[in-house]
Design a binder for this molecule. Structure first.
Ligand code: GDP
Length: 366
């Protein structure tokens, strides 16, 4: 049979002349984007930050969070220049499961600490935030009063990347905020485990917000998280929940006795309060300040910061080595092949790793 395409009447492959399409690029938007992404010089950022210019601070934080190598180069220089002006703050980690009342509490805690003057930055570490487009933690609408306070700076969690990467960016943001004159830093995180360890490694005081439950609240909380806490506060101690909250506090106090004494020499305290009704807020902060005085007097404050600086040096080395390894073009090419050989049982995991590392160490630096 004659093929239809050979028939002259066949039009299947002809293209009708269409109408001219408008450009897909909106020239106005392009202009806007270019403006938004402008990179200033290192000195512009540093001068702005040291003057306490919030816009410049925000822009610098955006650079810190950027994954682009050219942004990272500028960001690292800015951080380095800000470092001599940093460190002069108290850094408080605040953790609790979703619904524990972190945003409500941070709003009132923030106003309380600002009553005594100074400036407060609220940062967050939430490695899961990519899923919800960065809105879980640090979202301005969650801290209504604080977000409109002229002395506060609220920044959501850096969204992309591994927990280590997200945490490093938050730690670098602390440095920039301190250089901009923020003398109180809150770092918020959800109480789900690993992110607590990251927050603990960058704060002076770790505050754990808990709720009174049915009496078995201790079961759900990981021992490691309790051990990190310098203070445990039971929220929602209001209305007919007061007695339950007091009972929960007793349970936590008893449980804390079973842990080895913390290195700081401080005995972690357990208090009850109500973030929503503003009850017991002063007592919570009296505890935090008492701790700071205590550890400043016994030298643990500086010791902990030094240990943290050391920890972050090694973390940065690990992160950079890992990135350099996986971004190496030769490695990227070999990786799946070696993985398949291991899966097929033709190569042991150790030999595969050894061959990959060998290739990496003998590859030319970029
Ligand atoms: P987050 O998820 O930890 O940030 O918790 P939120 O601050 O969003 O609070 C979760 C819910 O608990 C909200 O409905 C709050 O109104 C409520 N809540 C927070 N603090 C208190 C409190 O002190 N007492 C009472 N009764 N409810 C509170």
């Amino acid at each position: 049979m004659e093929h239809p395409e050979n028939n002259e009447a066949y039009k299947g492959l002809t293209v009708n002349k269409g109408i001219e399409q408008p450009s897909t690029i909106n020239p106005y938007q392009r202009f806007n984007r270019a403006k938004k992404r402008a990179i200033f010089s290192v000195n512009d950022y540093v001068e702005g930050i040291l003057k306490g210019d919030i816009t410049r601070l925000s822009q610098a934080v955006t650079l810190v969070e950027s994954t682009k190598p050219e942004h990272q180069v500028v960001a690292q220089e800015v951080i380095e220049k800000c470092l001599p002006y940093a460190g002069n703050s108290i850094r408080i980690g605040i953790s609790g499961v979703p619904g524990a009342g972190k945003s409500t509490s941070i709003d009132v805690f923030g106003l309380h600490v600002l009553e005594q003057g100074g400036k407060l930055a609220v940062l967050a570490i939430d490695p899961s935030s990519e899923r919800s487009k960065g809105s879980i933690l640090g979202d301005k609408t969650r801290m209504e009063k604080l977000s409109v306070h002229p002395k506060s700076f609220i920044r959501p969690s850096p969204s992309a990347g591994s927990l280590g990467g997200v945490a490093r960016k938050t730690r670098e943001t602390i440095i920039l905020c301190e250089a901009a004159g923020f003398d109180k830093i809150f770092v918020e995180t959800v109480g789900v485990g690993q992110s607590e360890t990251a927050v603990h490694s960058m704060v002076d005081f770790f505050l754990l917000i808990q709720l009174a439950g049915t009496g078995d609240e201790l079961q759900g909380i990981k021992r490691g998280i309790m051990e990190m806490a310098d203070g445990i506060v039971i929220n929602k101690a209001d209305g007919n929940n007061i007695e339950k909250a007091k009972l929960a506090a007793t349970h936590f106090r008893n449980a804390l006795h079973l842990f080895p004494a913390p290195e700081s020499g401080w005995t972690p305290q357990v208090l009850t309060y109500s973030g929503f009704y503003g009850l017991g807020i002063k007592e919570v902060w009296d505890m935090v300040y008492a701790y700071i005085d205590f550890v400043k007097a016994n030298g643990y404050f500086q010791y902990r910061r030094n240990e943290q600086a050391k920890y972050w040096m090694y973390e940065s080395i690990n992160e950079q080595l890992r990135n350099s390894f996986y971004n190496n073009p030769q490695i990227a090419e070999m990786l799946t092949q070696k993985e398949n050989e291991v899966l097929a049982g033709n190569l042991t995991s150790f030999t595969a790793a050894h061959q990959l590392l060998d290739t990496y160490f003998h590859s030319k630096p970029d």
